[in-house]
Design a protein. Structure first.
Ligand code: ATP
Length: 314
């Protein structure tokens, strides 16, 4: 796995606040990395540091191995940034907006029409290309702003709350685009969001930021394994389980039975890998297994547990 972004004890203080407090993390190529945190936790400051727009007070950060402090313009030529309030020229058409920003990014006049058409098509805006942006819906403006950030074909995209203020349908459309950019175009995506279910759908890894500190970082599976010592499992049988079947589940290593409700046994197991041995034990005792479902912890459960604990203890 190639490291694309690396922060090493990165720290940023303003005269009266510490915005980023000695954080370290890595983002790999093609990842959708979610930066989660409440308002004022330091997300925007971190994006600005990683793009070389702000200088760290101490510590280091590298993008493609280049130091953000000394190689900001080299880095910015390879990143696309969508800020929380994307500024588009309302009186210009979608096409003219993209052409304008394309020129700004140094795309040659001969390449601009092709690139503009590609971007409008990727964002499902081709049929509105010649209309002024002032008449666009919020969702359309947001897709155009993503297109703008992609004009120079950057391998990394920083998206700050890309679906804030959008209705569920437009949000889903933007999420689908983000997913396509990562899977089909191999873009590395750094997604700042408050939206936990969105992060759960999109991100391969998340970092939880609070008052400038990373409280936890990892994939959702990794975080749940580290936070919770057992996986909840629901096992449904065709008929009510016999005492022998219940005992067989109870006797399997790593299992704690919580309750038996009709045809369903609810239990916790210390490791998902023990599930096949539970299935074997039930079948051996003549249980007619109908369904077994290990329940994953949601990102919301993980997030609030981490916030309550003030960080990961393991
Ligand atoms: N230029 C600045 N000068 C002084 N303080 C700043 C500056 N920029 C950010 N801060 C402070 O740093 C902290 C982190 O702010 P930041 O904007 O990075 O948070 P955020 O997580 O992006 O918030 P939001 O979700 O509301 O956008 C806040 O306390 C903020 O007031």
């Amino acid at each position: 796995m190639t490291t694309i972004i690396q922060a090493d004890n990165l720290h940023k203080s303003f005269p009266t606040t510490t915005a980023i407090d000695h954080i370290s993390f890595e983002v790999f190529e093609g990842e959708v990395f979610g930066l989660l945190g409440p308002n004022g936790s330091g997300k925007t400051t971190l994006v600005r540091l990683l793009n070389g727009v702000l200088t760290p007070t101490s510590g280091r950060a590298y993008v493609f191995g280049k130091d953000v402090t000394t190689d900001g313009s080299w880095i910015r030529a390879r990143t696309g940034v969508l800020t929380e309030t994307p500024s588009l020229y309302e009186r210009l058409t979608a096409k003219k907006n993209l052409s304008f920003f394309g020129r700004f990014y140094g795309i040659t006049d001969s390449e601009i029409p092709k690139r503009t058409d590609e971007m409008l098509s990727l964002m499902h805006l081709s049929d509105r290309a010649d209309e002024p942006v002032g008449g666009f819906s919020k969702g359309m403006k947001q897709r155009l702003a993503i297109a703008r950030a992609l004009m120079h074909d950057p391998p990394i995209l920083f998206l700050d709350e890309p679906t804030s203020g959008l209705d569920p349908e437009s949000s889903r459309q933007v999420e689908d685009i983000i997913q396509e950019l990562a899977s089909d175009e191999q873009k590395t995506i750094f997604l700042c969001t408050h939206n936990l279910s969105q992060a759960e759908r999109l991100c391969s890894k998340v970092a939880m930021l609070n008052t400038g500190k990373i409280l936890a970082e990892g994939s959702i599976q990794d975080l749940s394994r580290r936070l919770f010592s057992a996986v909840p499992v629901e096992m449904e049988l065709l008929n009510e389980p016999s005492p022998a079947v219940i005992q067989a589940v109870r006797n399997t290593r790593g299992v704690t039975v919580d309750s038996v409700e009709g045809t369903t046994i609810l239990f916790h197991v210390t490791d998902k890998e023990l599930i096949p041995s539970i299935i074997r034990a039930v079948i051996q005792e003549g249980g007619d297994m109908f369904r077994i479902a290990p329940q994953d912890y949601s990102l919301e459960e993980i997030y609030f547990t981490v916030q309550r604990q003030g960080g990961m203890t393991v």
